[in-house]
Design a protein around this ligand. Structure first.
Ligand code: DQA
Length: 156
């Protein structure tokens, strides 16, 4: 059994009412419930946190004991060297998730401070992206892709 942390960045507490044409109608509570259920089925322990504060997200990253992180940095994707540095400092494997396809949107959304240090990214698959990231975490934690991750880390 592994520990998985899902971190949701600013404004994602408003999912369900916020720009439904971009982010769909599902609330964060409903997404988290689906994540908890799937983690349970896969035999992992999951915790989920949302914050609108860069400092709070940074502190959560410093404190986490998780083996794997699923992270939607939301608008901090495009601005936060602080959160990038926190992820580099803790050196935990993570997948970057975006509900919308950031590459089909405004140009300022097309740069991420996280994609080059993530194992991978999921964009534009709606809330299902979180569930797919969790399924990937399960595969990764079973050891299948660890060799790839180690090679990538040593190449950088
Ligand atoms: C988002 C995309 C970001 O550009 C935006 O600021 C968000 C949500 C997404 O999940 O599609 O808040 O991360």
């Amino acid at each position: 059994m592994a520990i998985i942390l899902t971190l949701h960045g600013p404004n994602l507490n408003l999912l369900g009412v916020r720009e439904p044409e971009q982010y769909g109608n599902e609330t964060l509570g409903s997404i988290d419930t689906r994540l908890f259920d799937l983690a349970n089925q896969l035999g992992h322990s999951l915790s989920s946190l949302q914050s609108n504060s860069e400092a709070e997200l940074t502190n959560q990253l410093h404190a986490t004991t998780a083996d794997f992180i699923i992270f939607n940095p939301a608008a901090f994707t495009h601005t936060s060297i602080v959160l990038r540095d926190a992820l580099l400092a803790i050196a935990k494997p993570f997948v970057e998730v975006h509900i919308s396809n950031i590459f089909r949107r405004e140009s300022f959304r097309q740069h991420s401070y996280f994609s080059d240090i993530a194992i991978g990214t999921i964009n534009g698959l709606g809330a299902e992206g979180y569930l797919l990231a969790l399924r990937y975490a399960h595969i990764y934690l079973s050891g299948v892709n660890n060799v790839l991750w180690t090679c990538e880390k040593s190449a950088n």
